[in-house]
Write a new protein. Structure first.
Length: 265
């Protein structure tokens, strides 16, 4: 199936269609998140960039669809969808669980010989093979929601009222199950470079754990650390956008790309 450059599907949301754009930014939401989280990013880069935000099943207008509680299954479905897009240089941008999905989707596209991203921006997530024994998805409802509130509280004053959170609970739990049961196959690497963005007080990732991304890319690693917790990007949106702009500019103008050997900074 071919998807027009101004089209929206159940998976793909374009809040500011930019059919004439030469590059694409594909946004992968965090656990419990939705495509609309990236509306401000879309507003920032359109019409120069085709900003595609992914909507996973089981939330918002897809809330009646069954949740997918496996990273592998989600990545397979997303790769199938993205394969229908036109052939444009792209950056994949994912936060938390979305960072892992961006990586796994990119790997699948490479394996199929399809247009894979020119770079991945992985936000708020340790490297794919860095293991923590986390079992939030096994908690009762209040326990899961306490975790969501705790992660959001340092960086965002408003995360939705209790009724809205409880409506989203099935999707939140399924996403936590997906990411907490994920195991990266040994030696899995993507060819493109990876830029990792983390908060210096994020309980979910340390700088050392973020460095593990270097074991999963043949294109080099760059690390940027911001003040804040897991959702540091809510307070540093302009700086995060600058990181995305840097990657998009490197695709659009190869001569302006970083020198070889993208060392961590």
């Amino acid at each position: 199936m071919n998807i027009a450059d101004n089209a929206t599907t159940s998976w793909i949301r374009r809040y500011h269609p930019a059919p004439g754009a030469g590059t694409r930014l594909v946004c992968f939401p965090h656990a419990g998140g939705s495509a609309s989280y990236f509306h401000p990013v879309s507003a920032r880069f359109a019409p120069d960039v085709d900003v595609v935000s992914l909507q996973y099943p089981g939330r918002q207008d897809r809330r009646r669809e069954p949740q997918v509680d496996s990273i592998a299954a989600l990545a397979d479905l997303i790769a199938d969808e993205l394969a229908g897009l036109s052939d444009k240089p792209a950056v994949f941008f994912g936060h938390s669980m979305g960072a892992v999905l961006a990586f796994e989707t990119a790997w699948r596209l490479e394996q199929r010989g399809l247009r894979a991203p020119g770079s991945i921006v992985a936000s708020g997530r340790r490297g794919p093979s860095t293991f923590r024994d986390e079992r939030i998805h096994e908690r009762d409802d209040d326990g899961v929601l306490d975790e969501v509130r705790d992660l959001n509280r340092p960086d965002s004053a408003v995360i939705g009222d209790d009724e809205i959170l409880r409506m989203a609970l099935p999707a939140i739990r399924a996403d936590y199950r997906a990411i907490e049961t994920y195991a990266c196959p040994a030696g899995r690497r993507v060819r493109c470079p990876v830029t990792v963005l983390i908060g210096d007080r994020d309980p979910k990732v340390t700088a050392e754990e973020a460095g593990n991304w270097g074991e999963h890319t043949e294109g080099g690693l760059r690390l940027a650390v911001f003040p804040g917790g897991h959702f540091f990007l809510a307070r540093h949106q302009s700086a995060v956008n600058a990181e995305l702009e840097r990657e998009l500019h490197a695709l659009a103008a190869p001569a302006a790309a970083l020198p070889s050997g993208r060392d961590s900074t």
